[in-house]
Design a protein around this ligand. Structure first.
Ligand code: SF4
Ligand code: SF4
Length: 97
């Protein structure tokens, strides 16, 4: 299983979004679902140069401030109602917080 982790840790906690790049099919539904433009789909997997298939990534400019970008979607009592997670029907997206 290939997991791509995007985010950071600070005194208030761990703020990582993980994309399972084996599950991700590059559909772009997370891009459309996210109100903060956290995701993008790129043509080649940056974590695996040999895999030339579309895959979702977290934008470089967003990954250092995920706590703030995602704040409008949280807190939620269940992960299933977080827009990006519920949009990804193959279950490729997880959050650490
Ligand atoms: S919704 Fe899921 S499968 Fe589709 S691009 Fe995003 S992470 Fe990949
Ligand atoms: S929690 Fe909300 S803002 Fe954060 S990545 Fe998911 S849809 Fe975007």
């Amino acid at each position: 299983m290939m997991l791509a982790n995007y985010g950071y840790k600070d005194a208030s906690g761990d703020f990582f979004i993980t994309i399972d790049t084996d599950k991700c099919n590059g559909c772009g539904d997370c891009v459309n679902a996210c109100p903060a433009t956290v995701f993008a789909v790129v043509d080649e997997d940056p974590s695996d140069p040999l895999r030339e298939e579309p895959v979702a990534v977290v934008s470089v400019e967003k990954k250092k401030k995920l706590k703030y970008e995602c704040n409008p979607c949280k807190p939620q009592t269940t992960r299933s109602v977080i827009p990006c997670i519920s949009a990804c029907t193959v279950g490729a997206i997880t959050h650490s917080w």
